[in-house]
Design a protein around this ligand. Structure first.
Ligand code: NAP
Length: 307
């Protein structure tokens, strides 16, 4: 589909893109750039690209598609670095978990001669780095594109086709709307997980060992989310601040309601609440976003939960 694709950042998402592009023949040439020599050397050992550059500007030369796969907080610096070297007519996109901030950081630096189509594949795991990627990561998952008004239709169609070939379902929406939706479906669960696992860690050593020992209960599911990359999630917190604070506020109010229902022995309220949420779990399965197998299919052919 593309003569040359450049991946800037080659961690979980960048390496997964490389694997799926190779499998589907999406690029004649893949150029890879990473910040450290160590990651670049590992990407080379894994054969994730055809050319390797520490300098992102070198990497984007002659590229038809440039995909920025770094933490969200690095996007402005990347845009500044690559801007002078971008080919006329190139599509520039990203995979960041936050969209309005990425647009604010990148757009002012990109030349008018390129098409900027921000994106977010809603697919991930708690692992990071070039070894963690796999070709099927995006299969059956959503990829949200947030082009601003006036963006070239052909560029949006081309990127849509790219993600569909990677196995994703593509939806286009406004960046702020994306950030609000993801604040509740992805960001809040991660921050709750970081918080609950942090609270457990603060307990006395003897109790802490019990927590880990009996973690096959609900706690274990939180530890998976809380093992996610600290740099990525620090940047998500700082770059989607308003939407996250809004959802955290609502969450705290609802938690107080729950607390009150327990204190007042209000079994009906608790039963109604838990019945409603059980229905939501069924909808997630019906929409193909998780498997119906007990325990997330861990004992059998498990599916990777999306981040
Ligand atoms: P990752 O595995 O940690 O890889 C990050 C890559 O970016 C590495 O190549 C790293 O280079 C580079 N990098 C880190 N800091 C940088 C900086 N300040 N300047 C330039 N390059 C830098 O990350 P990832 O999980 O692939 O996430 C990448 C992006 O995808 C993030 O924006 C994240 O929000 C988004 N995303 C992640 C997930 C997920 O579940 N992980 C899901 C959807 C979207 P070095 O190793 O050389 O330092």
């Amino acid at each position: 589909m593309f003569d040359k694709v450049t991946l800037i950042g080659i961690g979980l998402i960048g390496s997964s893109l490389s694997h799926v592009m190779r499998r589907e023949g999406l690029a004649k040439e893949i150029s890879v750039s990473s910040r450290s020599q160590e990651t670049l050397d590992r990407a080379k050992e894994l054969n994730l690209g055809d050319h390797y550059h520490l300098d992102a500007a070198e990497a984007v030369k002659d590229a038809d598609l440039v995909i920025v796969c770094t933490p969200v907080g690095a996007c402005e610096a990347v845009a500044k670095t690559i801007a002078p070297a971008l080919k006329k007519g190139a599509i520039v996109t990203d995979v960041g978990s936050v969209k309005a901030s990425v647009i604010k950081q990148m757009k002012p630096h990109l030349p008018d001669t390129v098409h900027f189509v921000p994106g977010h594949p809603i697919a991930g795991t708690e692992y990071s780095g070039p070894d963690s990627g796999f070709a099927s990561l995006f299969e059956g998952r959503w990829c949200v594109l947030t082009p601003e008004e006036g963006t070239d239709d052909a560029a949006v169609s081309s990127l849509t086709k790219f993600w569909e070939t990677c196995g994703s379902n593509v939806e286009t929406m406004e960046a702020n709307h994306h950030d609000l939706v993801l604040a509740i479906t992805s960001h809040l669960p991660h921050f709750i997980a970081y918080n609950i696992v942090g609270t457990a860690d603060d307990l006395a050593t003897d109790i802490k060992s019990e927590v880990i020992k009996f973690s096959a209960s609900g706690f274990r599911d939180f530890t998976r989310l809380a093992a996610s990359d600290p740099t990525m999630w620090r940047d998500v917190a700082l770059h989607n601040k308003d939407a996250i604070l809004e959802t955290l506020g609502r969450f705290s109010e609802d938690l107080s309601d729950l607390q009150r229902a327990i204190r007042r022995d209000d079994g009906d309220k608790l039963f109604d609440m838990f019945t409603r949420t059980r229905g939501i779990r069924r909808s997630v399965i019906e929409m193909g976003q998780d498997v119906a197998a007990p325990n997330f299919g861990r004992d059998g052919e498990g599916d990777e939960p999306a981040s």
